[in-house]
Write a protein that binds this ligand. Structure first.
Ligand SMILES: [Zn+2]
Ligand SMILES: [Zn+2]
Length: 182
């Protein structure tokens, strides 16, 4: 199969990647194109069960033409939380090197390490995770934004609307929702 040619449509060339969570506990990764709008199925790389990207056909569909993400590509649930994708090994590596250099740099290396970790944090792409199926999305557009993890939403998703005193789901899910207060 040859690679598809760059088309002249205004669609973003952004490539989203989705890690689909399977019931077996493993993730299967796939690419999703901006504006993709038909349900797609693929087998779990671990157990072979059929996984479906149902969100692509949902309303509103999970991924718009600019690569913005409105709901989970997999289960179409509109609530996602974001976090930075800082590889833990990298963060620890910086600290270890700084500690080794500390005596010879008057401990300035530790300050540098803190700054580097901080910069890495902001440079790392963010990951949007579905509250319901835990599938992860990367490489999506800057709009809409999704706030960080909110335990109130997680509780409601897990126990149902009636089980918690928390607020009901926000219209449109977490797209452009404010950050949680707690
Ligand atoms: Zn599986
Ligand atoms: Zn989902």
């Amino acid at each position: 199969m040859t690679a598809p040619q760059e088309s002249t449509t205004p669609k973003s060339s952004r490539k989203l990647s989705v890690r689909i969570a399977c019931d077996c506990g493993y993730f299967t990764q796939t690419k999703v194109l901006p504006g993709e709008s038909a349900v797609r199925a693929l087998p779990c790389e671990h157990c072979g069960a059929e996984l479906q990207l149902k969100g692509l056909e949902a309303d509103p569909r999970a991924v718009d033409d600019a690569g913005g993400i409105w709901s989970c590509c997999v289960c179409a649930h509109p609530e996602l939380f974001t976090r930075r994708d800082l590889p833990q090994k990298l963060g620890i590596g910086v600290v270890v090197i700084a500690a080794v250099l500390a005596p010879s740099t008057n401990y300035l290396s530790l300050v540098a390490a803190a700054l580097i970790d901080c910069a890495l944090y902001f440079l790392m792409p963010s990951v949007a995770t579905c509250y319901v199926c835990l599938s992860e999305h990367r490489g999506y557009g800057p709009e809409p934004t999704h706030p960080r993890y909110d335990p109130e939403i997680a509780d409601r998703v897990r126990f149902g609307d009636k089980a918690v005193m928390g607020a009901p789901m926000r219209e449109g899910g977490t797209a452009n929702a404010p950050e949680p207060h707690h």
